[in-house]
Write a protein that binds this ligand. Structure first.
Ligand SMILES: Cc1cc2nc3c(=O)[nH]c(=O)nc-3n(C[C@H](O)[C@H](O)[C@H](O)COP(=O)(O)OP(=O)(O)OC[C@H]3O[C@@H](n4cnc5c(N)ncnc54)[C@H](O)[C@@H]3O)c2cc1C
Length: 488
């Protein structure tokens, strides 16, 4: 169920082992899920730029096996855009202070010294923690606005431990050291600080090329991905799933029988489609899982070059756009005409809110207006635009998500052992393609060979760890801030 990276990786692995598969995808036109590449009048763009980077060599090798020379090796440039200036990202102290100008720099330094001399004791919120490290002014310029745009939650309400884990190696001393000694080589691969990675791989025609190729390979072996099939019912009898029923665009139903079933569709949808229904406690747990949604507006601009970055973070609180991708800088072949540019303006939202429900024409006008307001280009230079809404782009990690996932997971493991969960929303894990692929590889091997390696023990770095237990916080791999837990 689902032809994103997880579903297609599972199919690829199973077919390699001569196990026949059927992949069911609700999208009527294309595969790739969140990692698809959308095409509009010859311009290609991602749902958020997709870097291909993994600490897992098996996944890296698989990408090479599938696309060979079509995988480009790209340099990364991504800066923060604030008040008309570009700031290095990851933040470099000298660059930041220089760009802010002498007055603001002096105020930032004073605010930093004040925070170091009088830190908040036992910081609980993200705001308190980051302020202690950088001072209030730098915090409000470089952390507050962007984090709140992405998560839709005040940084006062977010727990400090995420920042402590993600930003710890970027305190001012490390930032200064990396600015002074840019060529210092990390000793081992695992030591690379995630935000400092400055090269990545990328398919020449965008991430969707990877998944279109896997679908082609599958079709070549006699198992084409079945598009336009939304899973509407999952039938089970006597402790085993027996069939999945899909509904097409015209309402036509199809029944697909099998011995084993892999789900990469959101857990909330999976549980709601079980027939007979799961026990009330399981349905409630699944129903409580939340998601953050996402809109990308691709604008085509009549100019060969707008800015040199792959993407920029927009920290200006006066605009709603959070990030801007420049797809031509990911791969020149993402645009059909080198004299033009295609930017992807990214807005983070909740399905049903004011942004989500805004008509496309108004969204395009908003994006054009914000580009002009930021001084990136004139609205009149934009000659085409298209809106892509992506529901459930980010599984939300709230206070209770782990307990809720645990309830569903234990029910499926004990009551429906031939139903296997894999992937991002499939396991409610906020992780990259490599993680989704690794979980799918383990599920496929479990089905093909009876291997007992547990996909839940793949951490955020896509590395298998024997000692992660049910419900345990995978702190080492936490990628998402959580709300401050309610006091006991
Ligand atoms: C903005 C953004 C930026 C990202 N950047 C990166 C990056 O730089 N590098 C990286 O490696 N990863 C990145 N990711 C993460 C990456 O996209 C995911 O890890 C990956 O796509 C998850 O694969 P998946 O197969 O588990 O899920 P998905 O890609 O979500 O695929 C699930 C599939 O199931 C289908 N489906 C859903 N419901 C049904 C149903 N009822 N019936 C049938 N089909 C259904 C969907 O249409 C979809 O095709 C990013 C994600 C986002 C949102």
């Amino acid at each position: 169920m689902g032809a994103g990276p997880a579903g297609l990786t599972a199919a690829y692995e199973l077919l390699k082992r001569d196990v026949p598969v059927t992949v069911l995808e609700k999208d009527p036109k294309q595969v790739g899920g969140l990692a698809r590449t959308v095409e509009h009048n010859g311009y290609r763009f991602d749902i958020g730029g997709h870097r291909f980077f993994s600490k897992n060599e098996e996944v890296e090798d698989l990408w090479t096996e599938i696309l060979g020379d079509e995988m480009l090796n790209r340099g990364r440039l991504s800066r923060i855009y604030y008040r008309g200036r570009f700031f290095a990202y990851p933040i470099q102290a000298f660059n930041a202070l220089w760009n802010l100008g002498p007055l603001e720099a002096a105020l930032c330094l004073a605010s930093y010294l004040r925070a170091r001399l009088r830190p908040v004791k036992n910081p609980r919120s993200l705001e308190e923690w980051v302020r202690n490290q950088f001072g209030w002014r730098l915090y409000s310029i470089f952390f507050k606005t962007y984090t709140e745009k992405v998560w839709g939650i005040s940084t006062k309400e977010l727990s400090a431990d995420w920042a402590a884990q993600r930003i710890k190696s970027l305190d001012l001393w490390v930032v200064i050291r990396s600015a002074l000694l840019p060529n210092r080589k990390p000793r081992r691969r695992g030591e690379v600080v995630t935000t400092l990675i400055d090269r990545f791989r990328y398919p020449r025609l965008g991430p969707g090329q990877m998944w279109e190729r896997v679908a082609e390979i599958s079709a070549g072996k006699g198992h084409p991905v079945l598009l336009g099939r939304a899973v509407s019912r999952i039938e089970h009898v006597d402790g085993a799933v027996t069939a999945v029923v899909t509904t097409g665009a015209g309402g036509e139903a199809e029944r697909h029988e099998g011995t084993d079933f892999i789900s990469s569709i959101p857990i909330r949808e999976l549980v709601a489609r079980l027939e007979p229904p799961a026990p009330a406690a399981v349905r409630q747990a699944a129903e409580r899982l939340g998601y953050r949604d996402f809109i990308s507006i691709a604008l085509m601009i009549d100019r060969p070059s707008v800015f040199p970055d792959n993407w920029i973070y927009i920290h200006d609180p006066n605009v709603r756009v959070g990030r801007i991708q420049n797809f031509k800088n990911w791969s020149p072949d993402m645009v059909p005409d080198p004299s033009k540019t295609c930017l992807g303006l990214e807005y983070f939202c909740f399905e049903g809110d004011g942004l989500w429900t805004m008509p496309d024409a108004d969204m395009i006008e908003l994006a054009k207006k914000e580009l002009a307001q930021l001084g990136i280009c004139e609205a009149g230079e934009v000659f085409d635009g298209v809106v892509v809404r992506q529901p459930k782009a980010y599984p939300v990690y709230d206070d209770s998500y782990q307990a809720n996932v645990g309830v569903v997971r234990e029910y499926i493991a004990s009551e429906l052992p031939n139903l296997h969960l894999a992937g991002r929303n499939g396991m409610h894990k906020y992780n990259n393609q490599d993680h989704s692929m690794m979980t799918a590889l383990l599920v496929a091997r479990r089905i093909a060979t009876g291997s007992l390696l547990d996909p839940w023990k793949v951490n955020a770095d896509a590395v298998y760890h024997e000692d992660i237990k049910v419900g345990e916080r995978d702190l080492a791999g936490r990628q998402v801030p959580e709300r401050i837990p309610a006091k006991a």
